[in-house]
Design a protein around this ligand. Structure first.
Ligand code: HEC
Length: 164
């Protein structure tokens, strides 16, 4: 074996090693950036879902505190006494009508899903605007309902007209 050949082999080896090293460095750099992006996305997603579930939780908490005794935990109500809040109920009405019901209460004969109700619903005037937003958004997205959220602006506008 001539020493030239050995030299060439070594050179080729060095070249190959260099390439592998370089590309290895490159891709691990890229992988790191990808990993950071992924962590970032994961963090954002986590934050969003925590915020979402906190909102859900507080809507549910308001419901459990102020509505559950009459309308029941699953929104079924009590036939002939307290109307249900699921599909076919008034929960799909205009948000402003629902906001008014909470602020003023409701009396007189009403019909929900062919059942007559004539008990009084006491005004829920102790609820803050935020609690109204949350509890109405909660009942509009639970019990089989899938209606749009109620916004703070909607409550503010009813409150403004309500006080006149
Ligand atoms: C003391 C019992 C009682 C409580 C507490 C109560 N309600 Fe009611 N609710 C009623 C009754 C009774 C009616 C029907 C009133 C009527 O016949 O005029 C009613 C009617 C309603 C209606 C319209 C009819 C329907 O079923 O769609 C909605 C919406 C409603 N309540 C939501 C709520 C929410 C939200 C809360 C809690 C913030 C609440 N209610 C608290 C007894 C209650």
């Amino acid at each position: 074996m001539g020493s030239k050949k050995v030299n060439l082999k070594i050179r080729v080896l060095i070249l190959l090693f260099g390439c592998v090293n370089l590309s290895g460095f490159n891709s691990s750099g890229k992988i790191n950036i990808l990993r950071e992006n992924l962590e970032d996305l994961r963090g954002q997603f986590k934050r969003q879902s925590i915020e979402q579930s906190e909102k859900q939780l507080s809507g549910r908490a308001v419901y459990e505190k102020y509505c559950l005794t009459c309308h029941q935990s699953n929104g079924s109500g009590v036939p002939g006494m307290h109307p249900p809040l699921g599909p076919g109920s008034w929960v799909g009405k205009e948000p402003k009508d629902l906001i008014k019901i909470l602020m003023e209460g409701l009396s007189g004969k009403i019909e929900v899903n062919d059942e007559v109700y004539k008990d009084n619903m006491p005004s829920q005037s102790k609820l803050t605007d935020d609690e109204i937003v949350e509890v109405l958004t909660y009942i509009r997205s639970n019990f089989g309902n899938n209606y749009k959220s109620v916004t703070p602006e909607m409550v503010k506008s009813v409150r403004a007209n309500h006080l006149k």
